[in-house]
Design a protein around this ligand. Structure first.
Ligand SMILES: Cc1cc2nc3c(=O)[nH]c(=O)nc-3n(C[C@H](O)[C@H](O)[C@H](O)COP(=O)(O)OP(=O)(O)OC[C@H]3O[C@@H](n4cnc5c(N)ncnc54)[C@H](O)[C@@H]3O)c2cc1C
Length: 442
């Protein structure tokens, strides 16, 4: 037996990252299958909350609250299969090897990430583990299409979304999901550690605003509730293509992004639910379109792997960036929804007060900051990182780089006309009115 360890028993540690779920979780599934005892661990990395030079923290209150809720839900679900979530705070590359040594673990199972900070952590961890003769098994599981199934080596993944989509959807099948582990055995004597209260993390208290598009609650349970609502209960999927650019209310788009970003649900699970919906209810351009949007997510994930640290740089990896200033007054006015441009201000208030903003709003707000105010686009991307409840490194930074013309836009950047966009998408001023004319903080 390759891993026969302590008393001939095989022990696995599952380092949970942005894969906070039981269903379709390959590291957890394989550990449950291969090992006699499994230790599911989450490590809250304090570097997530570090202060940035632009004057705020890297991660803000909405995503943090959502993460804590997701961890509680995960703990509950793990308890139902005989285990529980082991929680620690600190640098994962130090803590995971320490725990693995303490518990005589032979294999650490985890998900692969593509962001540079995440990969650096992974690399240091791997070196540490190798030094102690502990194996690291890493699984690719954040996309619909598996990295081994796409028809290109990473260096040759097309730079243009349409080429990526056309070739990959023709040639690649989405791999089947893996089920939840039926049971997990974790020794009871270990110290599980308590998930902190939000107030212990020293962040500003987030606002609670009743105008929020929906009430976002972290966790796998709530992810499936949202999917069931959108697909099955309210049958909203069948019109998605025609509603997705709206701005008001919970129903115009899936709102699955926060759960996808922390892996409370896998993109594959969403895909197979779309397929089931097509069989049982309706197959049309809207059902295809949700899949199409998920392919954008895949595309940016592959681009972040291909371009590494360049996706976070002002110069990006293609084209040339717009001229910029570092005007803090303009930037702060934009952040707080006080530029005097109502459509942008309404969107920025929604973000500030709820952690969410529609795709249309994000495009306009980003364009306005870099082209109308001339402020450095990377500052705006950092503010989105702090505020967005669905923040995801590749989707955020590569959408910004796209608009700035230093990423994957074949037109090399696009300035949105705020006037015509607001006339088209908010013709009666209802959206602007909702955010600028009433003060609805509950
Ligand atoms: C400047 C800017 C920053 C963004 N930052 C993020 C981010 O940090 N995290 C994030 O998940 N999305 C980001 N997006 C993409 C998009 O705005 C959100 O995914 C979407 O608004 C989330 O709402 P939804 O789940 O209802 O989307 P839906 O319209 O229901 O789409 C379904 C899913 O498809 C994916 N998707 C849709 N559009 C995009 C896109 N343009 N790029 C990548 N994936 C997409 C998302 O996973 C989304 O949940 C950003 C877009 C812009 C223009």
């Amino acid at each position: 037996m390759l891993y026969a360890g302590f008393y001939g028993m095989k022990r696995g540690l599952v380092w949970l990252r942005n894969d906070l779920r039981l269903k379709d979780n390959l590291p957890l599934y394989n550990a449950a299958h291969d090992c006699d005892e499994v230790f599911p661990v989450y490590v809250l990395d304090p570097r997530l909350f570090r202060q940035l030079n632009v004057g705020f923290r890297k991660t803000g209150p909405y995503k943090t609250r959502f993460l804590l809720e997701a961890l509680h839900d995960l703990d509950k679900k793990l308890k139902q299969v005989g285990s529980g979530l082991i929680f620690r705070q600190g640098n994962p590359e130090n803590i995971i090897p320490e725990l693995a040594k303490e518990w005589n673990v032979q294999v650490v199972y985890t998900s692969k990430e593509t962001g540079t900070e995440e990969q650096n952590v992974e690399n240091v961890l791997e070196r540490e583990l190798t030094g102690h003769r502990i194996m690291l098994e890493k699984y690719w599981q954040h996309t619909l299409f598996h990295e081994e199934d796409v028809p290109w080596p990473i260096r040759q993944v097309p730079e243009v979304f349409t080429s990526f989509r056309k070739e990959s959807e023709k040639m690649v099948d989405v791999r089947p999901e893996v089920p939840e582990p039926a049971s997990l055995k974790t020794p009871q004597h270990i110290m599980y550690g308590a998930i902190p209260e939000f107030s212990e993390l020293g962040l500003e208290e987030e606002k609670s605003d009743k105008r929020s598009v929906i009430e976002f609650k972290g966790g796998e349970t709530a992810a499936w509730e949202r999917l069931n609502y959108y697909f099955w209960q309210e049958d909203l999927l069948k019109n998605y293509k025609f509603t997705r650019n709206n701005l008001l209310g919970g129903d115009y788009s899936s709102k699955l992004s926060p759960w996808l970003s922390l892996g409370c649900i896998s993109p594959r699970s969403v895909y197979f639910e779309i397929k089931r919906y097509e069989e049982e209810r309706k197959k049309n351009v809207s059902t295809y379109w949700l899949f199409f949007e998920l392919l954008w997510r895949d595309f940016f994930r592959y681009m972040s792997k291909k371009h590494g640290a360049a996706i976070f740089r002002y110069e990006g990896f293609n084209g040339s960036p717009p001229d910029y200033n570092e005007d803090h007054e303009k930037f702060d006015a934009w952040r707080h929804g006080e530029t005097g441009e109502p459509f942008v201000d309404a969107n920025m208030k929604e973000l500030l007060l709820t952690g969410y903003m529609s795709n249309r709003g994000r495009q306009n707000a980003a364009s306005y900051l870099m082209y109308d105010l001339g402020v450095k686009w990377t500052w705006g991307a950092a503010w989105f990182e702090n505020r967005l409840i669905d923040y995801d490194p590749s989707s955020n930074w590569l959408n910004w780089a796209y608009i700035a013309g230093v990423g994957n836009d074949p037109r090399q950047g696009r300035q949105f006309s705020i006037e015509s966009q607001s006339a088209k998408y908010d013709p009666k001023g209802e959206y602007t009115g909702l955010w600028l004319e009433r003060d609805a903080i509950s």
